[in-house]
Design a binder for this molecule. Structure first.
Ligand SMILES: C[S@@+](CC[C@H](N)C(=O)[O-])C[C@H]1O[C@@H](n2cnc3c(N)ncnc32)[C@H](O)[C@@H]1O
Length: 290
């Protein structure tokens, strides 16, 4: 990029390059990158089209453009993603939070009405998006966030600190529910587990396949391993009438539902996302012991 570029030219060049390397929403991504380089928001760019771009901002823009051209997701380049109205730090150690995961938060908030001090676990917390959002939405709740990845837990903790909620969340490194003693302590166990089948991995978008942690994406098997384990292990940790909520893949609803033992759980609820696809399974532990 030349020294004398103005914002309009820098944006045009960046968008052209991104388009040429197959990036979707090239114009929007170019704006996000240039805004980040200039330390402003995208609106500022639009109203200052004729302003020159300083050298250091052009250099920063160039570094980010090369990363995006190489396939790295914009969220890792910017180091953040919004979830439920909050900004979350993200690095390649954690999955980038997705909008469909907000459904789990909405369901826990809805179901917790009438439970005075809900006790909640978020299993496989990654960036901490579910745990941190629930701590913020439910000021009386106690939240535990766990993940098998120590690097993910470090980021989840930083996100809790960023939103001044760290004193409300306990962080644990461990394998699913193993760190928790088998005693009925939780009102809610929430999880967005790795559910991509091993044979689907190759066909994923390159941004996902080559950049997001495989530990967060797949069970390296049929995609159902974590549902089997959670459905089996969660009842011992849930109070009578407590809930297990899991996100599931686009076409997994029927297979996941078939794993539910209705002698332990009430009939499952499967609320749909904005496209009408069931993406969350909500299980309620029976109130009566068998
Ligand atoms: C799909 S990501 C979900 C991350 C975050 N909760 C979200 O919704 O964006 C799954 C998470 O489960 C974690 N994980 C994978 N295997 C695990 C295991 N055996 N026990 C606990 N966490 C595990 C991964 O490290 C990853 O952070």
């Amino acid at each position: 990029m030349s020294e004398s570029l103005i914002i309009a030219e820098a944006l045009r060049n960046a968008a052209q390059r991104l388009r040429a390397s197959g990036v979707a929403d090239a114009q929007l991504v170019a704006q996000s990158i240039l805004a980040e380089a200039l330390g402003c928001d995208r609106t500022h760019l639009i109203v200052n089209f004729q302003q020159p771009v300083p050298d250091d901002a052009l250099d920063a823009c160039e570094r980010m453009l090369r990363r995006r051209e190489a396939g790295e997701p914009l969220q890792y380049i910017l180091g953040r993603q919004e979830f439920f109205g909050l900004d979350f730090e993200v690095t390649p150690d954690v999955l980038i939070p997705r909008p469909e995961t907000e459904l789990i938060v909405e369901e826990v908030v809805r179901l917790s009405a009438g439970i005075p001090r809900p006790v909640i676990a978020d299993i496989g917390t990654g960036s901490g998006c579910i745990a941190v959002t629930l701590a913020r939405e439910l000021p009386e709740a106690t939240v535990t966030a766990s993940d098998i990845s120590p690097a993910a837990i470090a980021i989840a903790r930083r996100n809790a600190e960023r939103h001044k909620l760290a004193d409300r969340i306990r962080f644990i490194v461990g394998d699913l529910l193993e760190p928790f003693p088998p005693s009925p302590q939780f009102d809610f166990i929430a999880s967005n587990p790795p559910y991509v089948r091993a044979d689907e991995m190759e066909g994923l978008q390159r941004e996902v396949r080559d950049w997001e942690p495989h530990l967060a994406l797949t069970d390296n098997d049929d995609g159902l391993t974590f549902f089997r384990r959670l459905f089996h292990d969660a009842p011992a940790r849930l109070k009578a009438g407590g809930y297990l909520l899991c996100e599931m893949g686009y076409e997994q609803a029927e297979k996941v539902r078939a794993l539910v033992d209705e002698t332990i759980w009430d009939a499952p609820q499967m609320p749909a996302d904005l496209q009408g696809i069931p993406r969350t399974i909500v299980l309620r532990k029976k109130k009566e012991e068998r």
